[in-house]
Design a binder for this molecule. Structure first.
Ligand SMILES: Cc1cc2nc3c(=O)[nH]c(=O)nc-3n(C[C@H](O)[C@H](O)[C@H](O)COP(=O)(O)O)c2cc1C
Length: 379
């Protein structure tokens, strides 16, 4: 049996040549070896209410679990004898050539992890050539001249003038896509936040440190629970935004094939199959389980992304085999951030990339475009 250090050494031999993989990682016996261990380190460093805010879902957390459990029901059927000495993991995501078919999902409240977290994650995205989608309300992050491919997230406001203005502004600022989140009509019911008397003010000011005494909340989660976000939003928003700008619109939060067809009809350039990481409607279908029907409805007309529960390289192979062109990472980069700051985010992206490369090789595929439906079965 190989010990952990030997395993890491042989893993890094496999990825030798990757500019992302550095020797000091192999030499640190305590370095997390997978994304779950990054979460454990982050959990130790964060205040419970910050950890729970990020890790948690809504109510019974059925959907949060469904996202992960779905990966355990789909199994890969590898092919062999195909010379996988060289494996090319690169992909093109809405025109951006990237080393791996994943990008950073919009996540609000990064300040709960570290001050200046948006800049820190953006720098890590730039260093690893990963596309970054900034969260709602967070604009352009890095200054002019840094070639970060940046997308902007919005929950949309049901008003033509603001939709047009928003789309224009993002295009002028150099955003390469707008990501419209459609599953956010109301603030959802999150038991962990309610139990912790989580204060939404922390999303601006940052969370207390472990052991700090917590003042009584001014804006407690339970009171915010029914807060309307975008209850009157309709597909018209896409018409408005498209009249203000030429940049692609990605519709995030599609679970029903009918919504996929509507998004295409209203001019979306891509969709993401997503249930908001189990943070909106509890009881909603797991993202991977929703993907095949949605991909079938889209029929290759526009790229289909997915997010929810990606923690391993093999998960990305499964998502692509079921029709995704790429996946979004929500909590994973936040665990890297909470564990080791910018370096931690970079490590998480590297680790996932290298696991993905290995999973491709062991499946007998040399290029991302060769991953197909014949490689996967639901058990
Ligand atoms: C702390 C946190 C904040 C989030 N904020 C947003 C947001 O502002 N807009 C959005 O569309 N999705 C948001 N999401 C959902 C993610 O974009 C993504 O859909 C989800 O996290 C994917 O699941 P995963 O965390 O298992 O990768 C958030 C998720 C988390 C964990």
């Amino acid at each position: 049996m190989m010990n952990r250090r030997q395993a890491l050494r042989s893993f890094s031999a496999f990825v030798a040549g990757s500019p992302l993989w550095s020797q000091d990682y192999d030499n640190d016996p305590m370095a997390p070896i997978n994304l779950h261990e990054f979460e454990e380190v982050a959990k130790r460093k964060l205040h419970k209410l910050a950890y729970d805010f990020i890790a948690g879902g809504t109510e019974e957390e059925y959907t949060l679990r469904a996202n992960r459990e779905a990966f355990g029901r789909w199994y890969l059927i590898p092919r062999f004898m195909r010379d996988v000495t060289n494996v090319d993991t690169s992909a093109t995501i809405l025109g951006a050539k990237v080393p791996f078919p994943f990008f950073i999902a919009p996540t609000g409240g990064k300040n709960l992890v570290l001050p200046n977290a948006d800049e820190t994650v953006a720098q890590a995205a730039l260093n690893t050539k990963t596309v970054l989608c900034s969260a709602t309300g967070v604009g352009k992050i890095l200054e002019e001249g840094k070639p970060l491919v940046w997308w902007s997230n919005t929950i949309g406001s049901p008003n033509k003038a603001s939709a047009v203005g928003y789309a224009k502004r993002i295009e002028d600022q150099g955003g390469k896509a707008i990501v419209l989140t459609i599953d956010n009509a109301y603030q959802s019911n999150r038991d962990r936040n309610n139990r912790n008397r989580f204060d939404y003010g922390y999303m601006q000011t940052g969370a207390p440190k472990p052991g700090d005494k917590i003042p009584p909340p001014r804006n407690p989660a339970r009171a915010a629970m029914w807060q309307p976000h975008t209850p009157s939003l309709t597909w018209e928003w896409l018409d408005w935004a498209r009249s203000g700008s030429q940049i692609p619109i990605v519709v995030k939060g599609v679970l029903h094939p009918g919504d996929a067809r509507m998004a295409i009809e209203r001019g979306a350039s891509a969709i993401s199959v997503s249930n908001h990481g189990g943070r909106q409607l509890d009881g909603a279908i797991g993202s991977l389980d929703a993907l095949p029907e949605v991909a079938e409805a889209v029929g290759g007309r526009i790229p289909v992304f997915m997010d929810g529960g990606i923690r391993r390289g093999q998960d990305i192979v499964k998502a692509i085999a079921l029709g995704a062109s790429g996946v979004l990472l929500g909590r994973a980069p936040l665990w890297g951030l909470g564990a080791y700051g910018q370096k931690g985010v970079e490590r998480v992206l590297e680790l996932l990339g290298m696991e993905f490369k290995l999973a491709m090789a062991l499946c007998g595929v040399r290029n991302v475009k060769d991953i197909d439906r014949s490689m996967i079965r639901r058990i």
